[in-house]
Design a protein around this ligand. Structure first.
Ligand SMILES: [Zn+2]
Ligand SMILES: [Zn+2]
Length: 391
C-alpha cells in the first residue's frame, strides 16, 4: 500500500501502517563504510577461493581442499547438482554480488552517474540471499567439529580468508542502507496519483498505473501490480518441496568417519550424533537449520497460500510477519549440504576414512532451493487483496 513517509531523523524507524513491516530505517548507516567493507570483502574473496581451505592429516598422509575443489570432487563423484549448487552459492554468487555492489557504491562514492547503476544494484540486491558465505561459515564450523574428533584438521589460509569474508558480508548488510542507495541512483518521485500507483518490488519506486508490464525507470525490473502468476507458481513449488521433504528426511544424507568407522546418517541421526558427541550447540543449530526451518517454511507458506484461497481476514499481520521470516531464514537450511561440500574433499583416504554424499543430499538441497524460490514468487499483498474482496 503506497504511503507518504514523514521526514525521518537520525536513528528512526518507520513502520507500515498496515502490516507493521519496516518502511525506512535511518540508523546512521553510511554508504562510504559499506563501500569500504564491500571492497575489502571482494579482495579477500581471491585468497578465500584460491588458497587451501582445510587440511587433514591421517598417518602422515594429508589432504587439502580449496573452495572450488569441493565442487569438482562432488562432480566427479557423480553429484553434479550438489557440485553446481556449492559452486554457484559459494563461489559465483558472492563474486558477482560483491563485485557489483563495490562498483555501484564506488560509483556513488566518486559521484559517477551512469545508466547501469540501477540494474547493477538490482542484481547485487537479488543475489543477497543466494550468496551464502555466512551459511557456509556455519557449515565449516559444523564440519570442523565433526572431523576434529577423529582426524587432525587444520584451517588453511583460504579458510581464514573465507571466515573474514563471511563476517564482512554480515557487516556489509548492516552498513548498507538500500533505500539511500536507490535515492542516490534516482530520487523517489511520487506519481500524480499515488493511490493507483504500482510499486516496484525491487527498488520501491512508485510508477503510474499505465506502467504495468513496462520496465522500472530506476532499476530496470519489470513492473507488476502483483507478482505474475504468484499463486500457481507458489503452490506448484511448495507442493514439489513437500513431496521431496519425505525422501530428504527418510534417506541418509551423508557418510563420514566417526572413530575410524564410516557412519551413514540421516538429517535427524546427524543431530543425535552431534548431541552424543556433547556438541549440544551445534546439534541444536543443525536441528533448527535442517529439520525445523524446512518444516516451518513449508507450514508457513502453506498458511499464507490457504489464507489467499479462503480469503481469510484473520491474522493478516501475523501471516505477513511469518512470510517475511520464511523469506529471511530459508537460506540457513543450506548448512547440511555445505557440511558435505566441506568435508568430502578432505575425507577420501581409504575404505575406513571416507566421506561422501548419500541419496537424501539431492532432495534435501532441492527442498531448500524450491522453498526459497516459492517464498520469492509468493506475493504477500495477495492475502490483503483477498481479505478485501471477501463479501
Ligand atoms: Zn505493509
Ligand atoms: Zn525499480
Amino acid at each position: 500500500m503506497p504511503q507518504q513517509l514523514p521526514p525521518t531523523h537520525a536513528a528512526q524507524l518507520t513502520r507500515c501502517a498496515r502490516c507493521a513491516g519496516t518502511l525506512e530505517r535511518t540508523n546512521g548507516r553510511s554508504l562510504s563504510l559499506a563501500f569500504a567493507l564491500s571492497a575489502t570483502l571482494l579482495l579477500l574473496l581471491i585468497p578465500a577461493n584460491l588458497m587451501p581451505l582445510l587440511r587433514t592429516d591421517v598417518l602422515g598422509v594429508s589432504r587439502t581442499s580449496r573452495l572450488a575443489s569441493s565442487a569438482w570432487i562432488m562432480l566427479y563423484d557423480g553429484w553434479p547438482w550438489l557440485a553446481a549448487i556449492v559452486f554457484l552459492f559459494i563461489v559465483v554468487a558472492p563474486i558477482v554480488r560483491f563485485g557489483l555492489l563495490t562498483l555501484v557504491l564506488g560509483a556513488l562514492e566518486f559521484d559517477v552517474k551512469a545508466d547501469w547503476l540501477g540494474p547493477a544494484f538490482r542484481w547485487a540486491d537479488k543475489l543477497q540471499s543466494w550468496a551464502m558465505l555466512d551459511v557456509f561459515l556455519l557449515g565449516l564450523a559444523v564440519a570442523y567439529a565433526r572431523l576434529a574428533d577423529s582426524i587432525a584438521v587444520r584451517l588453511g589460509p583460504g579458510g581464514v580468508a573465507l571466515i573474514a569474508t563471511a563476517i564482512l558480508s554480515l557487516f556489509v548488510r548492516a552498513a548498507l542502507d538500500k533505500a539511500a542507495v536507490w535515492e542516490r541512483i534516482a530520487p523517489d518521485a511520487p506519481p500524480a496519483d499515488p493511490r493507483t500507483a504500482i510499486e516496484c518490488t525491487t527498488c520501491e519506486l512508485l510508477a503510474p498505473a499505465e506502467a504495468e508490464g513496462a520496465s522500472c525507470r530506476r532499476c530496470g525490473d519489470r513492473l507488476h501490480r502483483r507478482k505474475p502468476q504468484s499463486m500457481s507458481r507458489t503452490i506448484a513449488l511448495t507442493l514439489a518441496a513437500v513431496l521431496l521433504y519425505i525422501p530428504a528426511n527418510l534417506y541418509p544424507l551423508a557418510t563420514l568417519p566417526i572413530h575410524y568407522k564410516p557412519t551413514t546418517y540421516t538429517v535427524l541421526e546427524g543431530v543425535i550424533e552431534l548431541a552424543q558427541a556433547n556438541l549440544w550447540d551445534l546439534a541444536l543449530l543443525v536441528f533448527c537449520a535442517s529439520f525445523l526451518i524446512p518444516f516451518l517454511k513449508l507450514a508457513g507458506l502453506g498458511w499464507c497460500v490457504v489464507s489467499v484461497l479462503r480469503r481469510s481476514r484473520s491474522h493478516l499481520v501475523a501471516k505477513t510477519k511469518v512470510y517475511r521470516m520464511v523469506e529471511e531464514i530459508g537460506r540457513w537450511s543450506m548448512v547440511d549440504p555445505f557440511v558435505i561440500g566441506t568435508f568430502v574433499p578432505v575425507m577420501t583416504y581409504n575404505a575406513f576414512i571416507t566421506g561422501r554424499a548419500e541419496p537424501a543430499a539431492v532432495p534435501f538441497t532441492a527442498v531448500v532451493v524450491l522453498t526459497m524460490i516459492s517464498a520469492k514468487t509468493f506475493d504477500p499483498r495477495l492475502m490483503w487483496d483477498a481479505a478485501e474482496r471477501r463479501d
